[in-house]
Write a protein that binds this ligand. Structure first.
Ligand code: NDP
Length: 281
């Protein structure tokens, strides 16, 4: 028996799992599509029913893989995609969303994000997001790679406070957002989606994490995910195209690390003591 995956409630009241599935680097090589589809479907079977993708990933290839994985099970999933900044004009955002919907073989996204800030005025992107929402093509919208100053600018715009989520780099080794952005989002009910939660796989090789994980018969990646799962309002989206590692990531929910061991990890991966510029990949 597994512990249930904790949930995060978005501003609109929708509940989503705090552990989902990333898709960066999927859809790049045709020969791997089968294992990528199988991994996503296994993740859904295990309750990781939030999928994060983007028009950028594999230049549409990842969305096509997700579309195939979801052909007969779209309704089980909270589906997130992202618009390139250079497509995020008023008309361009709508066109990019429609192209994503075609690749994903669906009529709606649950959450649509601006991938990072670009040259188009934020107000135009927000207006396009609101238009897509009114048309039922997206359920909610948000941003990615926005620091506190960006969020303040966004919230000052008409409808800007409708932002449901901010997807940012956050993991045990990259804790800068704990100083200001995480509390800022929490105070306003904006969900934080933690990308690269295993630091693109690198945390799996960290000696201190390996040492602490061993005491729990767990893996370092599971400790890295457990670190995020205990944080309110945070959704971790590890990517894996490997069935064994998808199961391993799901099982991180069952891991109960003691406060003493979290304190030991704090000493190795210290929380920020001052403002740090938002780290990005
Ligand atoms: P992750 O931290 O999720 O790490 C993924 C890498 O780690 C892959 O190489 C994967 O390999 C490997 N891995 C997965 N599980 C384990 C495990 N249990 N043990 C050891 N290695 C493991 O990095 P990502 O950068 O992919 O971030 C996750 C998702 O976040 C992305 O897929 C994407 O959806 C999103 N993202 C968003 C960004 C943004 O700007 N908004 C930027 C970056 C990511 P394998 O597949 O072989 O298991």
């Amino acid at each position: 028996m597994h512990d249930p995956i904790p949930t995060v409630t978005l501003p609109g009241g929708v509940s989503v799992p705090a552990l989902g599935l990333g898709t960066w680097q999927m859809g790049e090589v045709k020969a791997r599509a089968g294992e990528e589809i199988d991994s996503l479907r296994l993740g859904l079977d295990l309750g990781m029913t939030l999928i994060d993708t983007a028009e950028m990933y594999g230049e549409g290839g990842a969305e096509r893989v997700v579309g195939t994985a979801l052909e007969d099970r779209r309704d089980e999933v909270f589906l997130v995609s992202k618009v390139y900044p250079w497509n995020a004009s008023r008309a361009g955002t709508v066109a990019a969303c429609e192209a994503s919907l075609r690749r994903l073989k669906t009529d709606r996204l649950d959450l649509y994000l601006l991938h990072w800030r670009g040259e188009h005025p934020l107000a135009d992107t927000v207006a396009a997001f609101e238009e897509l929402k009114a048309a039922g093509k997206i359920g909610a919208w948000g941003v990615s790679n926005f620091d506190v100053a960006d969020m303040e600018e966004l919230f000052a715009l008409p409808d800007g406070a409708n932002c449901a989520a901010n997807q940012v780099l956050y993991n045990l080794g990259q804790r800068g957002i704990e100083y200001d952005l995480l509390p800022w989002c929490r105070a306003r009910g904006v969900a934080v989606m933690a990308y690269s939660p295993i630091e693109q796989g690198r945390l799996a090789h960290h000696p201190e994490l390996i040492h602490i994980a061993k005491a729990y018969q767990a893996t370092p990646a599971q400790v890295a995910l457990a670190f995020l799962l205990r944080r309110e309002g945070v959704i971790a989206i590890p990517k894996s195209s490997n069935l064994r590692r998808v199961r391993e990531n799901r099982d991180a929910v069952d891991l109960q690390v003691t406060e003493d061991d979290w304190a030991a990890l704090d000493a190795v991966f210290p929380a920020p003591e001052h403002k740090m510029p938002l780290a990005m990949i």
